[in-house]
Design a protein around this ligand. Sequence first.
Ligand SMILES: C[S@@+](CC[C@H](N)C(=O)[O-])C[C@H]1O[C@@H](n2cnc3c(N)ncnc32)[C@H](O)[C@@H]1O
Length: 244
Amino acid sequence: MNRFRVSRFIFHNIMRVLYAILTSSYYYLRPYSAVKHLLLHYDQGFGFDLCKDLTNMSEDDLKRYCQTLYSKETFRNIAFGWRHYPSIMMQADILYLLVRHMRPDNVVEVGVGAGASSVMVLEALSDNEHGHLYSVDLWDANIPNKGILVPSRLRKRWNLIIGSAEECLQGLLDKLGQIDIFIHDGGHTYESMTFQFETAWSHIKRRGILLSHDIYSNSAFFDFLKKRNLSPSVYGGLGGIKKR
Ligand SMILES: C[S@@+](CC[C@H](N)C(=O)[O-])C[C@H]1O[C@@H](n2cnc3c(N)ncnc32)[C@H](O)[C@@H]1O
C-alpha cells in the first residue's frame, strides 16, 4: 500500500468510529448543537420530532426505546457497517421507535435491499411480541441476498415477497385488509411512488401511517399530499403522514 492509501484507510476508519459513536448515542448528545451541526442530516431533531408528530410518543417513551435500541447488535451492525456493507444508518432507526410505540398488527414495506429498514421493524415487533412485517422486493440476480441484515431469530414475523410492487402490492393488501404502517423505499419513479401511495392509503387504518423514503426523488410524495390536502412530517429524506 502506498502512503496515500494508508492515510485514506486511517482517515476513513477514524471517521467511521466517530460516526458510529455519534449515531449510537445521539439521543443523549442531541442537546449539544455542535453535534447537531456535525450530523447535518440529523438536524431536524434527530428524527424524534417526526416520531412525536406522527404518534403521541413522550420524551420518556423515546428515551426508553432508544436505550433498548442502542443496546442491540442489529442496530450496531447498521450504524458501524456490517461486513462489506458500509454504515447505512439512514433513517431506519426511526422505524424501530415508531413500531415500538404504535404496536402495529401489520406493517408493509416496499424495498428491502440489505434489510436495514426490515431489521429495525422486526426488532421492534419482536420486542412488542406482536405483529408481522410483509416486505416486497424485486428479484435481482446481482443482489440475491435481499434482507441479509435480518438474523434468523427475527424471521418468524417476516414474509419476504419477491416481485415488483406493481405486481404484488394490491394482492397483498387485499389479503391483509387493513394495515397500520406502509413504508415506501423501493421503486423511486414518479409512477411507482404514486401507484404505491394510492394503493396503500386506502388500506391504512385510522391513526395508521404512511412513510416514504427519498421523498425528494421527484414530486410524487408532495403531489399525493396536495391532492388530499395532507401535511407531512419530514426528517431528512423521510416523510410521514398520519391518517386521521
Ligand atoms: C434503497 S433499496 C431499499 C433499502 C432498504 N429499505 C434498507 O433500509 O436497507 C431499494 C430496493 O427497492 C427495490 N425496488 C426497486 N423498484 C422496485 C419495485 N418496483 N418494486 C419492488 N421493489 C423495488 C430494489 O430492488 C432495492 O432492493
